[in-house]
Design a protein around this ligand. Structure first.
Ligand code: FUB
Length: 324
């Protein structure tokens, strides 16, 4: 809270749910998480993590509070942590109204990637396509980089439904080539140009035996293997496949995460931070008003086996705080 030129530090210990919080200076909010869901002061969905130096940045969607009958999201949120315990929420960095062409008004899932010293936030809009905003800092502010969508339903050559062009996920390979994966019903992918705001070459789709793709693709690489994780079925579980190269062929490896409590969707983000792998997802678990449309981000540790497969995620209330 700012009164005149004086910053008033507000210490508000919130003992409800999992948060013992300290709120201070302007609109930044600092708190300690002690269990899942990580954030209980707002409904958060569709997490996308970015690690830079000693900080994990977590970009999320922002559901309306309980009692909703559909996905209602108007802006996106950004949090950061250096130790996975103390979290900082930064001022709202991006809103759906920042994309003038997004007449849907729906702030669906996004993903932030860093390149050439800038931060690119790829967002979906339900039926207006995928846009990209750019900023000089991970916390923003972000600005529409194109003034039009980067991808639209017309690019989704194998789909006919209106919400097919959603859920962008960026992967920058070791040779510095950026890729974008996205889709609902069909998993599409393409190269991005070095400028991150143009598609390079053709758009292709992922196919392999056992692929039943709903949405939410995410690509990570570990020990030379490529992993494609994605939501399958509905209510969604998270499945995964492995490959030796980014374009496959991918081999289906099974279910990584089961249906998340009280939520039709699951939407994972997988990232390595301080020598641990984290599986970040959402459930509808906030009591009493959590639901499929009022979701909350949760975090579990994730482990690769010696043969490259991944140990199934065990969703818990204590989550990454279980050793405390
Ligand atoms: O949040 C709206 C949609 O729900 C996302 O785009 C999907 O991944 C699902 O989580």
């Amino acid at each position: 809270m700012k009164i005149g030129n004086t910053f008033i530090k507000i210490v508000c210990m919130l003992f409800a749910g999992s948060i013992h919080a300290q709120q201070h200076v302007d609109s930044t909010f600092i708190f300690e998480a002690t269990q899942n869901p990580i954030f209980t002061h707002k409904y958060t969905a569709d997490p996308a993590a970015l690690v830079e130096d000693d900080t994990l940045w977590l970009f999320t969607g922002h559901d309306y509070e309980g009692g909703q009958k559909g996905y209602k999201m108007k802006d996106w949120l950004v949090f950061s942590t250096k130790d996975m315990k103390t979290w900082e929420e930064h001022p709202v960095p991006l809103k759906i109204t920042d994309f003038k062409w997004a007449t849907s008004g729906d702030a669906y899932a996004g993903h932030v990637a860093k390149r050439n010293g800038k931060y690119y936030w790829y967002i979906s809009t339900n039926w207006n396509g995928i846009g990209v905003a750019v900023a000089n800092k991970p916390s923003g502010p972000y600005k529409d980089a194109l003034g039009k969508p980067l991808l639209t339903n017309e690019d989704c050559f194998a789909s006919t439904h209106s919400w097919t062009c959603i859920d962008p996920a960026i992967f920058i390979d070791d040779n510095d080539q950026p890729w974008i994966f996205w889709g609902n019903g069909v998993c599409y992918y393409a190269k991005l140009k070095d400028n991150m705001i143009e598609i390079e070459g053709g758009i292709k789709k992922i196919d392999f035996d056992g692929l039943e793709f709903t949405e939410a693709p995410w690509v990570h690489k570990a020990n030379g293997k490529y992993y494609l994780t994605y939501a399958t079925g509905f209510p969604e579980k998270i499945a995964y496949a492995m490959a030796d190269s980014i374009e496959g062929p991918y081999e289906y490896k099974g279910i990584l995460n089961e249906i998340a409590g009280n939520s039709n969707t699951n939407h994972q983000s997988i990232v390595e931070f301080n020598n641990d792998w984290y599986f970040i997802y959402h459930n509808g678990g906030i009591q009493t008003d959590g639901s499929s449309y009022s979701r909350s981000v949760c975090i579990e540790k994730m482990e690769h086996n010696a043969d490259g497969t991944i140990k199934p995620i065990v969703m818990t209330t204590k989550g990454i705080y279980s050793e405390e």
